[in-house]
Write a protein that binds this ligand. Structure first.
Ligand code: MG
Length: 369
């Protein structure tokens, strides 16, 4: 497709309450939105690296600048024929996966509109419904956490993810397991530990967790492999897999037994499908995560999450969990599947940002035409 115009928006979306993890605390989610126009048709992409370079080395202000100055000019007035073609045009810029994802996700959404076929089908999915899990950040007290998990279990969420960081660690897990002895739990360490903490993770084996997500450095595959050899609980990589080449390394070194795939972190939907397929061939199950995107970006994650090897329930949330008003024209809502399990339905159409909300939340904007 010919790219006639590119609009970029850096937005700041206030959360209902702060998102607390091992890497810090966010009161707002900062994202880059990209609108690609071809002829009379346009579509949006979204990528949410957050305000500061704490989850990964990227941040929303930086991703916006990289898109504006370097990436978008490579695509403007070009005939970009596929996701692979887009990635190849951007490949000589190193890293900057979140920035590339803003453009890549917009390309896929625009492609879906131009050929009039739902995105999940274009990505290769055959189902149109997928289960989601519940997810709890660091709270003020363990009692607050236990009180929050109860309703999630009652609502039949098939698994619960718990943030895990120094000071919110083994005593928290002991309390959770005492109250919920048989439910499926996993922890997400957001790269908060190092290989010297191996004895801590050996202790954690007794809690029978589904997995330990990103225990060690955000860019490590070697220490994760050593950790995985030393513990029974599966290791899941998230932050480490910022590019398909990282997945190749992790699979070769056996650094993990699960991979969390986020379209933003991995450079877009093109790379997400690539890593999904590589993991499937290697017998490694995946699951989709999000970065608390608006309904626009969250629906891009939902479409991806319909692929076959997304076996573990997704980290996708209804808009009302985090936002008083979602920036998108339609908020994301959960449905119940035939067994009463909270699920997401494949979007027929990815909602655009609502123009009024977008105007209200925009920090900076650029147009290339
Ligand atoms: Mg994670």
């Amino acid at each position: 497709m010919q790219i006639d115009r590119i609009d970029l928006f850096h937005v700041r979306m206030p959360l209902i309450y702060p998102w607390r993890t091992a890497y810090g605390e966010d009161a707002d989610i900062e994202a880059v939105l990209c609108r690609l126009t071809s002829g009379s048709v346009c579509a949006w992409g979204e990528s949410a690296p957050f305000a500061a370079p704490c989850y990964s080395p990227e941040w929303a202000g930086g991703a916006f600048a990289v898109c504006k100055q370097w990436l978008a000019p490579q695509l403007l007035h070009q005939d970009v024929t596929s996701g692979d073609d887009l990635q190849q045009r951007l490949a000589f810029f190193k890293g900057n996966s979140f920035a590339k994802a803003a453009l890549d996700t917009a390309w896929w959404n625009l492609h879906s509109r131009l050929v009039n076929k739902p995105l999940h089908q274009l990505l290769g999915a055959t189902r149109d419904n997928a289960p989601v899990g519940a997810d709890f950040g660091v709270m003020d007290s363990i009692d607050d956490l236990i009180n929050a998990i109860g309703p999630a279990v009652a609502e039949k969420f098939p698994r619960v993810k718990l943030k895990f960081r120094p000071g919110w660690d083994v005593p928290m897990l002991e309390a959770v397991r005492k109250n919920f002895p048989t439910e499926v739990f996993h922890i997400d360490c957001n790269s908060g530990y190092r290989i010297k903490d191996l004895p801590l993770f050996q202790t954690i084996d007794k809690f029978n967790l589904a997995m330990i997500e990103q225990p060690l450095r955000h860019d490590d595959v070697v220490d994760h492999a050593e950790l995985q050899r030393a513990i029974k609980t599966p290791v899941c990589l998230d932050e480490t897999i910022a590019h398909p080449d990282h997945a190749t390394l992790a699979l070769r070194l056996k650094s993990c037994r699960y991979v969390n795939i986020k379209p933003g972190r991995i450079g877009g939907l093109t790379n997400a499908v690539k890593v999904h397929d590589m993991c499937q061939a290697a017998g490694i199950p995946c699951w989709v995560g999000g970065m608390l995107e608006s309904g626009t970006g969250a629906n891009l994650c939902v479409a991806l999450g319909m692929l076959d090897n997304f076996i573990y329930p997704a980290d996708i949330f209804p808009s009302s969990r985090f936002y008083h008003v979602d920036m998108a024209e339609e908020p994301l809502e959960l449905v119940k599947d035939a067994n009463g399990i909270p699920s997401v339905k494949a979007p027929v159409h990815i909602p655009d940002p609502h123009p009024d909300q977008l105007a209200k939340l925009t920090v900076q904007q650029a147009t290339l035409k």
